[in-house]
Design a protein around this ligand. Structure first.
Ligand SMILES: Cc1cc2nc3c(=O)[nH]c(=O)nc-3n(C[C@H](O)[C@H](O)[C@H](O)COP(=O)(O)OP(=O)(O)OC[C@H]3O[C@@H](n4cnc5c(N)ncnc54)[C@H](O)[C@@H]3O)c2cc1C
Length: 564
């Protein structure tokens, strides 16, 4: 790569290399590293974040897309976590309403008392062998407790319990053997990768000395900092830091090993999902998440999202040094559980438009069954060398804001600095001034997206109120549709200039939902590769490699078979 790279990010890499030092270096650009980065940037701290892949491309891209209190963690006695999670859920509904939406959730229940005897044992011991099926009585107790944590001064409705007849009237495709349903509210997250990007962009906007680099890996330790490798050019350079934050999720121990620290903090478990194009199943959910337990006692979900149905998840001990893949056995398991709840609805592999899997960054759990490992997070500080390393252990999507605040507070303590700004009431990215009622929405579109026609809704959904800046950019020059109108040349140029796009896969997998919804056809890949080649000055070989790598990644990691 030339010294005057056309990629803005490469220039940013050069500026970090040339500066050679920062106050805080955050390793890992998943949502938790990004949230910590934003919080530190807001305090005026000189901070650099490095991510070896694309932002939010690790565990943060593999979630069930739920911002939830975690009703079932009550059973593990994790009251602190549940309380913080519901508070953060309610907060994100306000601060990021463009991506976090209320989600009516229904649990179908087949027995009255099952599981209730084993629950107190779990409260006491935090461990379990095989999970037990949870009956109506236990779920009722759990949801009553959840209501007390969850209601946000009454703005979140209480749960409701219905008997068989009323349940089937509301959800007629449910298994007719259902005894009750319990329905409550949580929240869904529509574009996790875009939400993470919004948090990152807010951090960058907050502070000129804050810099974030994707495709840059931390590969070693120096006397006063870390050696970084630019994975685009292969170039290595050292950056000195007062504090290093290791927020590399399931890879935290592996990163510490690269930094010369032997830690055994992590014990991640793999979870997979499939995305189905099945209109009958989509209709059967009636817009709700169906959240239930399979006969093996594991919690699973069937969930409408972007006109598709998301089905997950599994919980299997995993080795983070190997790629996490959704296996054929897991697909059989998912089909089995769909039939358990909706026995008359047909499913087959042809309906799967996308598969994905990731490793949860859970703490090491020895003899606790994967489904019952603590989902709470903690911070470990190593001061054995002149630059302390602060490692994050655990941390869900739901609690990213609170976690970023608490990790940043720990770093400020080490730096001997105070807190000067709070994220508690700060809207996130395109959630700022986001119109929530239909009337507000129409008025906002008239005021900011006049002339955008049918694209107005797409832009508002993709960027929140940032759509106004995107549209102003699109309007400045000739624009042509891409990907059957899902994108356009000027919008792609915006993503390249403003959203840290380095590879074709960043656009197809994370800046848009093209892959998630099954719209990443061979033709779309070629079209976008051509458009990016123009924007990023790729030669014919690079353009060819980008398209080939995209097809391979879709096939190997996401079960999408495309003709080459
Ligand atoms: C199957 C599944 C379902 C889930 N469902 C939910 C849910 O519904 N709701 C919820 O709240 N949570 C959910 N979670 C949990 C949540 O997704 C994760 O806990 C969260 O995203 C973790 O974010 P993170 O930033 O800590 O880690 P990650 O997102 O994994 O980020 C760590 C980053 O560090 C980078 N990295 C690693 N080593 C290096 C290095 N040496 N140099 C530079 N970068 C490096 C990686 O590339 C990675 O991007 C789920 C997780 C999984 C796997």
């Amino acid at each position: 790569m030339s010294e005057n790279s056309p990629l803005p990010m490469r220039n940013a890499v050069r500026s970090v290399r040339d500066a050679g030092r920062t106050s805080v270096l955050v390793i890992g650009g998943g949502v938790n590293g990004i949230s910590t980065f934003r919080d530190l940037a807001l305090q005026g701290v000189d901070v650099v974040l490095v991510e070896r892949g694309d932002f939010a491309g690790g565990a943060s891209s593999a979630s069930s897309h739920m911002i939830h209190g975690g009703v079932r963690y009550l059973e593990n006695g994790e009251f602190r976590l549940v309380k913080e999670s519901v508070q953060e859920r309610n907060r994100l509904l306000r601060l990021a309403p463009h991506f976090v939406k209320p989600l009516e959730t229904t649990i179908p229940i087949y027995s009255t008392f099952s599981g209730i005897l084993s629950a107190p044992l779990r409260f006491l011991t935090h461990r379990s062998g095989k999970p037990q099926e949870r009956g109506a009585a236990l779920i009722k107790i759990g949801l009553t407790l959840y209501d007390t944590f969850s209601r946000d001064g009454g703005s979140v409705p209480r749960h409701r319990f219905l008997g068989r007849k009323k349940s089937l009237a509301e959800l007629p495709s449910l298994d007719a053997d259902v005894k009750y349903t319990a329905t409550y509210f949580d929240a869904s997250m529509h574009d996790p990768e875009r939400l993470a990007l919004d948090v990152l962009l807010d951090g960058l906007a907050a502070n000129d000395s804050a810099r974030a680099l994707n495709y840059v890996e931390a590969v070693g330790r120096t006397a006063d900092g870390v050696t970084l490798r630019d994975l685009e050019t292969g170039e290595e350079f050292d950056v000195a830091a007062d504090v290093v934050v290791n927020a590399s999720g399931p890879w935290t121990d592996l990163t510490n090993a690269q930094l010369g620290q032997g830690t055994r903090f992590m014990g991640g478990t793999k979870g997979s999902h499939i995305v189905l194009d099945n209109p009958e199943l989509l209709a059967a959910t009636r817009g709700r998440e169906i959240f239930f337990e399979h006969s093996d006692g594991r919690i699973v979900l069937i969930y409408p999202l972007k006109d598709r149905v998301l089905v997950g998840t599994t919980d299997i001990d995993a080795d983070p040094s190997k790629p996490a893949l959704c296996t054929e056995e897991e697909v059989d398991y998912f089909f089995d559980l769909i039939h358990h709840v909706f026995p008359t609805i047909d499913t087959d592999r042809e309906q799967i438009v996308y598969r994905f899997a990731g490793i949860r960054p859970l703490p090491r759990h020895e003899d606790t069954a994967p489904g019952f490992v603590s989902r709470d997070y903690r911070v470990e500080v190593d001061r054995s060398q002149s630059t302390p390393i602060v490692s994050l252990v655990g941390g869900k999507w739901t609690t990213f804001r609170a976690l970023g605040e608490s990790l940043s507070t720990k770093v400020l303590e080490i730096l001997g600095r105070g807190r000067t700004a709070s994220t508690a009431d700060r809207p996130i990215g395109g959630g700022r001034g986001f119109p929530t009622s239909d009337a507000e929405r129409r008025a906002w579109i008239r005021a900011h997206l006049a002339g955008a026609g049918d694209r107005a809704e797409v832009l508002l959904a993709r960027y929140g109120t940032r759509a106004a800046e995107v549209w102003a950019h699109i309007e400045q020059d000739h624009d042509a549709p891409l990907a059957d109108g899902a994108l356009s040349t000027r919008e792609l140029a915006w993503m390249v200039e403003q959203e840290h796009v380095v590879h074709l896969r960043d656009v197809i997998l994370r800046r848009t939902s093209l892959a998630f919804t099954g719209h990443a056809s061979a033709q779309v890949i070629d079209e976008l590769a051509d458009a990016l080649a123009d924007l990023l000055d790729w030669d014919a070989d690079r353009r060819h490699d980008e398209a080939a790598q995209m097809r391979q990644e879709l096939g190997d990691r996401h079960g999408v078979a495309l003709a080459s």
